[in-house]
Write a protein that binds this ligand. Structure first.
Ligand SMILES: Nc1nc2c(c(=O)[nH]1)N[C@H]1C(S)=C(S)[C@@H](COP(=O)(O)O)O[C@H]1N2
Ligand SMILES: [Mo]
Length: 323
């Protein structure tokens, strides 16, 4: 997501520069020659001891049959140092620098709107509501980069059942923390805070939609949306709201932060679609963060590769109109 106007530097240059900077930092930290040649998964294992430095609490997980297979995992260092979390600043390195101060306990998630009765869930109750699954998903940012992340969580549908939405609830809205005392980025950009995102009820109920509490087997680092976020793998990354405090069931399509910001650039649906360009750049290709530069570029897949599971949600819809 870029708030810069088209007169500024093209986004591709900004992101490749910051990726390069991150890479240098990472190489320095890893300290070994030739690490760039190692594939992601192997590298992640090598880096395991250092992960404890950042680590949250270990989570007991079961493997999920819904995991994406056959792709190298993006190393932890990239997942936690190359972030979009505008509440903590607009640069990719800002969330890692600034999110540490966010208090994630106590934390509650309030459920309101079209439900049998409003409820408030304590985060530790939510954590234990269902078995925590490890689910590997691609994450495709609208800025044309991607990662492969071993998330931990359970299907959002399991949580929605506990919420007991009424029959006229057609959409679900997610509102996230917006606290000036803890979040220096709130005053740095013109986003309509708190960050708001939403899904149509059938999208929210699709088993792929994850209520997410962790990654790489541990609770989420703050910069990735602790203590709870959603992950919607077939949509651009910004649909996956971080650090959720409120879930609201509504009849009409809710407003969303990026659509408020630039409605011609960021639609409500925002399904990953290589055939619909962003007004300022192509969506045909993406850069896989953390891979050696020569093999970063790859073709973007329709629905981010999850079409078999989700394409039918959009039967009869013009995906150019509903971008
Ligand atoms: N609250 C909040 N959630 C957010 C964002 C944000 O700025 N604020 N950025 C989104 C964007 S643009 C992306 S690509 C993903 C990035 O998630 P990650 O940093 O864990 O990879 O988070 C999404 N969720
Ligand atoms: Mo994004």
């Amino acid at each position: 997501m870029l708030i810069r106007k088209s007169s500024d530097i093209p986004s591709s240059e900004i992101t490749s520069k910051s990726a390069y900077m991150d890479r240098r930092k990472f190489m320095a930290a890893a300290g070994a020659a030739g690490v760039a040649a190692l594939a992601g998964e192997r590298m992640a294992r090598i880096l395991e001891p250092s992960r404890r430095v950042h680590a949250g609490t270990k989570l007991d997980t079961v493997k999920s049959p819904l995991s994406t297979t056959g792709e190298d995992l993006t190393p932890y260092q990239y997942i936690t140092n190359y972030n979009n979390f505008y509440e903590f600043g607009v640069e990719k390195g800002d969330p890692a620098k600034n999110a540490g101060r966010m208090q994630t306990r106590p934390w509650t998630v309030t459920v309101e709107g079209l439900v049998k009765k409003p409820k408030t869930f304590d985060i530790d109750t939510l954590l234990k509501l269902r078995p925590q699954e490890e689910r590997v998903y691609r994450l495709r940012c609208v800025e044309a980069w991607s990662m492969v992340i071993p998330w931990v969580g359970y299907s959002l549908s399991e949580f929605i059942k506990e919420c007991e939405p009424l029959g006229n609830a057609k959409f679900v809205q997610f509102l996230t923390l917006a606290d000036r005392k803890q979040m220096p980025g709130l005053s740095q950009s013109s986003i309509n805070w708190p960050y708001s995102e939403g899904l149509r009820m059938d999208e929210a109920m699709n088993p792929l939609t994850l209520l997410c509490f962790g990654l790489y087997g541990e609770t989420l680092p703050n910069q990735d949306g602790a203590p709870v976020r959603i992950v919607v793998p077939w949509k651009y990354g910004f649909k996956s709201a971080k650090s959720i405090v409120k879930v609201r069931f509504v009849e009409k399509q809710p407003h969303t932060a990026w659509n408020d910001q630039a409605s011609n650039e960021y639609g409500f649906y925002s399904n990953v679609n290589p055939n619909v360009d962003h007004p300022r750049w192509s969506q045909k290709y993406e850069r896989r963060i953390g891979e050696p530069v020569f093999k970063q570029r790859r073709a973007t897949l329709m629905f981010n590769g999850y079409g078999d599971q989700v394409a039918s949600l959009y039967n009869g819809m013009d995906l150019r109109k509903y971008y």
